[in-house]
Structure formats: structure tokens, C-alpha cells
Ligand binder design. Structure first.
Ligand code: HSE
Length: 289
């Protein structure tokens, strides 16, 4: 079976480790029965039992007390850029769990799939939209992930500005302070409310304010060389809001103007090696084709 798993952007400014949107930008991974683990179509260093798609496949089986014997995992088409903050790891993780569920008829509920995938990823902000589609807000209640959906307006146009360099999530998390002030907490909570409202109503100007953040972006922008030029290009092209996609290095830009992404394509060249990917929300989540 082939699983199609979407890219996703976590955080969306103030919603650190909480908000996420799934995109119509996909990895296609084929799973078929085998006597041992065979992984093809990816870098050799990932072709082993630590592969995220395999770990998730095996963990989903363990939910039903089944030990994984073997499986062939073929990375047929991988359009999600790696280590760029577009949820490539989460796409593999949700694909593995979904494949196990389908191949072995495990009958796992969405909640169980979310639990399995969150256990591997560590936090649910990417796996929730990758699994369920749309705009999600997620949290942990004890050990259990809880996710709710919010509406996403069709008036908004999204684009990813993808730098030529990777940014590891571990590094991007290591620069964050352990504690923040009450003022910064209030700043983020209030912006988070604006972001959800603006994404639902399509109010791009409000989104510009709402996507401000004091919890992670001030510490991460310095790791993204070229971010200031990128922001000015976004503005010139009619962008109304910009944030770091997940932990970076990609920037997510939003506008209410049609043709925004084509303008960005035409104006991106001063940023050597950067590329623009037009993003449309995915409302289906990962699925077996
Ligand atoms: N919320 C996470 C972060 C996303 O910003 O570190 C990356 O997994």
C-alpha cells in the first residue's frame, strides 16, 4: 500500500509546540510485506531500524501486541524538504503508523494513532495536522495528546520560503530560554488568540499582528541567515504576515492577495539558493491511497 503523508508547519508564530497546519505537499511511501526490514529510496544512513517510518510502524503494531517481523518501505516520492521545519519527520511517522494499521487491520482510532505518533515525535504539533489535516491546536493532558480543529479561510494564500541550509530541531530548541517573563507569556497568549481568529476569518492584517511571538522566534531568527531580506521581499510582494515554519529554517509567508506566491517566485533571487513553494492547506491528513 502507498501512504500519502502531508507536510506541516508548526507554531504559526505564538502557538509554540501547539498550532499546526497541514499542506498539500506530500511524501508518498509504499509499504509491502517482507520477511525482514528493507528500506529503499532514502539515504543509506536512514535505512535501518531507527528509521522513523519503521519505528512508528512497529509501535503501532505493539499497540495490538504484535511484533513487527519485516516490512519493505519504499520512499517512492519525497517532496517535503528535510530538516527545514516543514514536518518531514512527522510525515514519516504518521505514514508508518497508518501503514501498520492498514496492513494488519489493527482498527486503531484516530486518537490511538495520535498517541503512537506523538510518542515518537515527542510533541503533537506536527503529527496532529499531518494525521488529521487542517489547522489544529494540540496539547498534552498528562500523557495523552488532545487536538482540536479550527477553521482556515480560503481567502489566505500561503508560501514557504525555503533556505538552502538545514536547521536541526535540536539546535533550534537549544537556543530557547528555559523561562520567560509573565509579560512575554501574556504577549503570546493574546497573539495566539488573534492568530486563530485571523486564520479563520482570513483577516491578513490581523494575522500580521497575531503572528508576532516572544517565546521562540526572537531566539531562532538569528540562526536563519537572510531572514531580514526574506521578510522585506515578502512585504514587497504583498505578504501581510510571516513566521518561522516549525523550528525553521523555512519561513512561512501569508497574504490575502492572489498571485502572491508568483510574485515571490519572481523576487526571491537576491536570496541565493532559497526557493519558494506555494502551499495550499490539506484537509484530509495522511491517507492510504
Ligand atoms: N514546535 C517544534 C519547535 C516544532 O518549534 O521546536 C519542531 O518539531
Amino acid at each position: 500500500m502507498i501512504v500519502r503523508a502531508p507536510a506541516s508547519s508548526a507554531n504559526l508564530g505564538p502557538g509554540f509546540d501547539c498550532f499546526g497546519i497541514a499542506w498539500q505537499l506530500y511524501n508518498y511511501i509504499e509499504f509491502s510485506p517482507a520477511d525482514e526490514l528493507i528500506i529503499i529510496g532514502c539515504d543509506e544512513k536512514y535505512a535501518n531500524h531507527d528509521n522513523l517510518a519503521y519505528r512508528s510502524f512497529a509501535l503501532a503494531l505493539r499497540r495490538r501486541k504484535i511484533e513487527a517481523k519485516g516490512v519493505k518501505i519504499d520512499f517512492k516520492e519525497t517532496d517535503i524538504p528535510v530538516s527545514r521545519g516543514l514536518g518531514s519527520s512527522s510525515a514519516l511517522i504518521v505514514a508508518g503508523a497508518l501503514a501498520a494499521d492498514g496492513m494488519y487491520s489493527l482498527g486503531l482510532s484516530k486518537e490511538e494513532l495520535l498517541e503512537v505518533t506523538t510518542e515518537i515525535e515527542g510533541h503533537p504539533d506536527n503529527v496532529a495536522p499531518a494525521l488529521l489535516g487542517g489547522l489544529t491546536a494540540s496539547t498534552m493532558v498528562g500523557a495523552d495528546p488532545v487536538t482540536v480543529h479550527f477553521p482556515l479561510s480560503e481567502k489566505l494564500h500561503f508560501a514557504a520560503l525555503v533556505p538552502p541550509f538545514e536547521l536541526s530541531t535540536a539546535l533550534a530548541r537549544s537556543v530557547l530560554p528555559d523561562e520567560i517573563t509573565r509579560g512575554d507569556a501574556v504577549f503570546n497568549v493574546s497573539r495566539a488568540a488573534l492568530v486563530l481568529n485571523a486564520l479563520g476569518s482570513g483577516d491578513a492584517a490581523l494575522l500580521g499582528v497575531g503572528m508576532e511571538d516572544r517565546v521562540h522566534q526572537p531566539y531562532r531568527f538569528p540562526l536563519i541567515e537572510g531572514h531580514e531580506l526574506a521578510k522585506s521581499i515578502v512585504k514587497k510582494c504583498g505578504g501581510k504576515a510571516v513566521c518561522i515554519s516549525g523550528a525553521g529554517s523555512t519561513l512561512l509567508a501569508v497574504s490575502d492577495e492572489a498571485g502572491f506566491d508568483e510574485k515571490l517566485q519572481n523576487e526571491i533571487s537576491p536570496l541565493a539558493g532559497w526557493r519558494v513553494i506555494s502551499l495550499r492547506p490539506d484537509f484530509e491528513g495522511a491517507k492510504i491511497l
